[in-house]
Ligand binder design. Structure first.
Ligand code: C2E
Ligand code: MG
Ligand code: MG
Ligand code: MG
Length: 279
């Protein structure tokens, strides 16, 4: 197929590089068709209260079962969707689907939805949230949008406006993967996040005895408290890690220890059997 691309320039590329460019092009073609083919599904990972261990929320995590490539991980297709702006329609679908499915859960359980910068910065974003809430009948207070620090690297004031509009609807906003981005802390003064999610790398670091990670978690918890925000620790995989995190004063815990991402059917079953999931 190399010849089809034309130009004769392809012979300069290493075969391995060429293969990955070709693979990327094919993946992009499939991604473009994926929504129409109904190839996405949402899985949900529980977020539990650190003390009671009650499920307080489920984070929606998109899964792509491609007819051409099989299962493709979000770590692979989300960056591609962001580069190609396909994340805008995909993200819109995720938002609506998550609200629709959450509508059937117990009233006190929230749903967390990840939103990429490209999606947040779209002028239609606010309307998409309004529509998703209206179509599902989900109370705005039950929707929490997750964004990463990367939204502030580009059009910080547009991002801030978009988030304030969503907050004005009654939704909450969480700051995801905190501590792994490159932005300053200044925006924490200006935006009222409900939750700061401490990235898994710090949790894993602290669990392995790294004092730096421990110090950072301590500092984030203290900062969040004084800013009247809550904290969620990501990536908690063992009972020991859960105990450590609880002792550090994190409010909520998410990770394989309390539950892997599961189908909506499994999530609903979990509500019917046991609300409290101590592993
Ligand atoms: P994230 O938002 O930080 O989501 C948490 C990721 O960590 C999920 O990976 C989850 O399965 C994984 N995880 C949770 N607990 C543990 C644990 O105890 N140990 C380990 N090793 N991993 C754990 P996943 O589902 O592969 O998603 C990866 C990323 O893709 C997400 O990171 C998020 O940034 C992005 N993503 C997923 N769904 C969406 C979506 O609908 N829209 C957008 N824009 N991004 C999404
Ligand atoms: Mg997230
Ligand atoms: Mg995260
Ligand atoms: Mg993370």
């Amino acid at each position: 197929q190399a010849k089809d691309i034309g130009g004769g320039e392809h012979c300069r590329f290493e075969p391995v590089l060429h293969a990955s460019a070709e693979e990327r092009r094919q993946l992009e073609d499939s991604l473009r068709k994926a929504l129409g083919l109904d190839e996405f599904v949402l899985h949900y990972q529980p977020v539990v209260d650190a003390r009671s261990e009650n499920v307080v929320s489920f984070e929606a995590l998109v899964r792509w079962n491609s007819s051409e490539h099989g299962f493709v991980s979000p770590g692979k297709f989300i960056p591609l969707a962001e580069d190609t702006r396909l994340i805008v329609p995909i993200g819109k679908w995720v938002l609506r689907q998550a609200c629709m499915e959450a509508r059937e859960w117990p009233e006190e359980v929230k749903v967390n939805v990840n939103v990429s910068p490209e999606q947040l910065l779209e002028p239609d974003f606010h309307q998409d949230v309004v529509d998703a809430l209206a179509a599902s009948g989900l109370r705005p207070e039950r929707l929490e949008v997750e964004v990463t620090e990367s939204i502030f690297l580009r059009d910080a004031s547009i991002a801030r406006n978009a988030l304030e509009q969503v907050m004005a609807l009654g939704c909450s906003v969480a700051l995801d993967d905190f501590g792994t981005g490159y932005s300053s802390l200044g925006y924490l003064r200006k935006l009222k996040f409900s939750t700061i999610k401490v990235d898994r790398t710090f949790v894993q670091g602290a669990a392995q005895g790294a004092n730096e990670s421990l110090a950072i978690i301590n500092a984030v918890v203290a900062m969040a408290k004084s800013l009247d925000m809550t904290t969620t620790a990501e990536g908690v995989e063992t009972a020991e890690e859960a105990a450590m995190i609880r002792n550090l004063g994190c409010d909520k815990i998410q990770g394989f220890y309390f539950g892997r991402p599961m189908s909506n059917e499994e999530a609903r079953l979990l509500f019917r059997t046991r609300r409290r999931i101590s592993a």
